[in-house]
Ligand binder design. Sequence first.
Ligand code: FAD
Length: 468
Amino acid sequence: MTMASHPGTPEDPLRVAVVGSGPAGFYCAGHLLTAKDLTVEVDLFDRLPTPFGLVRAGVAPDHPKIKSVTRVYEKTAARPGFRFFGNVEVGGDIAHAELKSHYHAVIYAVGAETDRSLGIDGEDLPGSWAATQFVAWYNAHPDYRDLEFDLSCKRAVVIGNGNVAMDVARMLLLPREELELTDTADHAIDPMADSGIEEVVIVGRRGPAQAAFTNPELRELGELADADVFVDPAEMDLDEHSAHSIEGEGEITPRRNVEILTEYSRRMPSGKRRRVVLRFLRTPVAIHGNGRVEAIELVRNELRHGGDGSLRAHATDAHETLEAGLVFRSIGYRGVPIEGVPFDEWKGAIPNDEGRILDPHEQHAIAGEYVVGWIKRGPSGVIGTNKRDAQETVDHVLEDLAEGRLPEPEHADPGAIEALIAERKPDYVSFADWQAIDAAEVAAGEPLGRPRVKFTRVQEMLEAARRR
Ligand code: FAD
């Protein structure tokens, strides 16, 4: 590899591979393809035949407006210089080193695909799941197609106080009439609509003032057609530090959360068929059951100041056991390492300095390697957060280009990588192929009044692409 001349002209375009077609990958592609006075070619890879990452496979099916952000990504895909290589796994079908030899820069946008575990006894019992598994199953992610959720129990417990926990609780309580109008995977609609669940308990380690919910999601929980919301008034009795912590100008979200929760704690039940209960200051210490989940043991916490000024949960001696047939943990996500790319095991992310991937031994930036989105900063923020994040990463790519710091690839010809992919993965999916898959899904949904009926197997997706 030699150092570059100055790519970015029509004769010698800047060639960038973006790995992962979720929001972060698409925003990077968009920023690159609209960079001023530069000719850029972006190849966007995804291991699935379908693009859009968690917008398709994470965002709850009853939030179709949020999913419509994909229109912005479609505009990016229509720009000259854009290509999509779906059904191609980097680190599997194509190696990191092979990408490096075909592009001036490689940007990883692979998200955080796995979950953090609780590390408690009983966590592996049948009936104990990662929220990621359930979410991916009801959203038709092909890797999770064959999971089987027994939803016949009366009580489910969701561990975690973020929006994903809210999504899981809400989806568990949606009535059939609502579910059937969404793009929930067909295999999930009957089990969810006919479930025996009467109560979902959401458990937070810290107090109401520290919950990471956003206000609209918390409000939505109080508006469910089929379930009353419950908060114990005693748990709304904030300690002095918590009360103080939400007073500041920048604390609008937690302050509103506390107001909404206070209102919930004063509500009288309206006689709905089901309940959703928010519990605070509790940590699970064990999951009990004979052959499957039957109960969860919680310990009560109190909040104390940590060294960094934050309020930390400390266990007391008070234990309680809740009968439950299902436990979903939603306490954070971790990235999955890719061979040849540095990985910080502790953070579950790729080590970087504002998007430039760092050599873990030398701590300097590796020329031509970048990162963006959840695999860069960890699993935080909403879809829009990835736009700003992508701007930061792309700014550094362009700065390195201007400073002559990008390596010159051995095979800059766009035909070379296409030939390699066609050899390795003859059934790779182009963006036009995806549009055929998309059109088939939308057409199947139309007569049912649904946004789409999702394919749930890679083979079905490839067949729809082939019919193009
Ligand atoms: P992702 O969206 O995860 O995209 C990563 C992509 O990389 C995937 O398409 C994956 O297939 C691909 N990939 C992974 N490994 C490889 C590989 N080796 N080779 C090729 N491709 C690979 N935000 C909101 O604003 N509103 C919401 O309602 C909302 N709901 C959410 C619900 C859930 C359950 C979750 C988990 C998140 C939600 N978010 C929501 C947050 C939002 O989805 C994230 O901020 C965003 O998706 C992160 O983008 P990303 O591009 O970093 O990762």
